[in-house]
Design a protein around this ligand. Structure first.
Ligand SMILES: Cc1ncc(COP(=O)(O)O)c(C=O)c1O
Length: 432
């Protein structure tokens, strides 16, 4: 089984008519930015560390994994053997999806700071987001209420099973789910009852401006010494997919970690590839690269929306970020289609979000067997194919390609249930 790849990168890098775009650059220097946004902050992950592996591929393709790459020029591979780096966020946690661990990295300490007792959020039946919220809240004694779209499946598996094990799941008819805000609000109000209160993320960020939050000497102790009023229930509503500006913090923290001199460094040209659902992770990467002054470009494979939706999301998150974290940007209007902070690219074989096409499960199997890395056909295979393509086309001395492996492991279980025809065929085994 060969991986199917589009023949040229031009076929997939999104091209549309010239687009008037705002390019924003922070007014602050890199260090000031780090000081303001990252330092003195509490995090969910004890360390931002991620393993970085190197995937070497030859035409065919066949793969070889190097788990201890050196990051110097000696690492450059010849014309026949191309490579990309893989940031192994899939290894961060067995149940919390990699990019959820990053997106929730800045959020959980805020919940503790505000003595939140309950979280209400929502997602699809196999939502990695709701499972991540459920696990991380349970660890902190916070009750999670997870509104899942549609009906309860006959067999609970994958992220759906984890949401059920760790949180309180309610299945919501699709017609009700269609109006998410209203659904979340009325559910949260019902949990709050007469005495409790309902908070939205915007409330907690704006209630105390970014600077106060970072420098407040009580910040570290607040959740230890809970005050009397905290016996009342405080319910926080977290949006679907945690696509709020606070989600960008963890991704920025990751980029800062990766850009250390002994890792990817700050000088080398890099093309970062990531799979995009809401696009939040990709936007976080792009924003971080710009704010930390790195010569890194972000390529995000559009899986759940179209280019206009992703550009709107980029604008929305950037303006929220500026507002919530009190960062001034200098904006320039530019008439260039690639002027945003992310290059949004089409998947080689576009399809309705969530669908798996013939041959893709075998492609995942081939990658798993040759490298020990599991990619899933919905999200991470798309990024893998793009990383293959970009690294194949890169001339020696050109930018290096880095794939952020966002996780998605448990997603395979839900897919195996849904796509019996593709997964059933794997029983016959797979020959290289
Ligand atoms: C494995 C994986 N990759 C990517 C995404 C999408 O991330 P984002 O919404 O930040 O674009 C998800 C979201 O559920 C995911 O599970």
């Amino acid at each position: 089984m060969r991986l199917r790849l589009p023949s040229t990168s031009a076929a997939m890098i999104h091209s549309n008519s010239l687009h008037k775009q705002i390019v924003s650059k922070p007014e602050l220097g890199n260090e000031e930015f780090t000081q303001k946004v990252l330092n003195n902050r509490r995090w969910t992950l004890p360390s931002p560390e991620a393993k970085i592996h190197q995937l070497i591929h030859t035409q065919g393709p066949t793969f070889l994994l190097n788990t201890h790459p050196s990051f110097g020029d000696a690492n450059r591979v010849n014309e026949q053997r191309k490579y990309f780096y893989v940031v192994r966020d899939d290894l961060l946690h067995p149940l919390v999806n990699g990019n959820k661990a990053r997106k929730l990295d800045g959020l959980l300490p805020l919940l503790q700071h505000y003595s939140v007792t309950d979280v209400v959020t929502c997602g699809g039946c196999q939502s990695a987001h709701t499972a991540a919220i459920a696990v991380l809240c349970a660890e902190r004694g916070i009750v999670s209420h997870l509104l899942l779209r549609g009906e309860q499946p006959e067999i609970l598996t994958g992220y759906n099973l984890m949401s059920t094990m760790y949180g309180n799941v309610t299945y919501v008819p699709r017609t009700v789910y269609a109006n998410r805000e209203e659904m979340l609000k009325s559910y949260a109000e019902s949990v709050a009852g007469n005495d409790g209160s309902v908070l939205w993320f915007g409330d907690i960020v704006q209630a105390s401006s970014a600077t106060e939050l970072f420098t407040d000497p009580n910040f570290m102790q607040m959740d230890v010494s809970r005050s009397e009023e905290n016996h009342l229930r405080k319910i926080l509503v977290v949006s679907e997919g945690a696509g709020d500006s606070v989600a960008l913090l963890g991704v920025i923290r990751l980029v800062q970690y990766l850009s250390q001199n002994h890792l990817l460094g700050k000088q080398r040209l890099m093309k970062f590839v990531v799979d995009a659902g809401t696009g939040t992770t990709a936007i976080g990467l792009g924003l971080a690269a710009r704010c930390l002054g790195l010569p890194w470009e972000v390529y995000a494979v559009m899986l759940a929306d179209k280019i206009d939706g992703y550009r709107k999301q980029e604008e929305r998150l950037l303006s929220e970020f500026k507002k919530h974290f009190n960062i001034e940007f200098i904006d320039h209007n530019v008439n260039r289609e690639d002027a945003g902070i992310v290059n949004w690219v089409e998947r080689g074989r576009p399809r309705k979000f969530g669908n798996v096409l013939e041959g893709e499960v075998e492609a995942c199997q081939q990658i798993a067997q040759q490298t020990g890395i599991l990619v899933d056909p919905v999200y991470t295979l798309a990024a893998w194919e793009t990383a293959m393509l970009l690294s194949s086309n890169e001339a020696e001395g050109g930018p290096e390609v880095v794939l952020l492996h966002t996780g998605g492991t448990l997603g395979m279980f839900g897919l195996a249930q849904r796509y019996k025809k593709y997964f059933g065929m794997l029983k016959k085994g797979h020959s290289h």
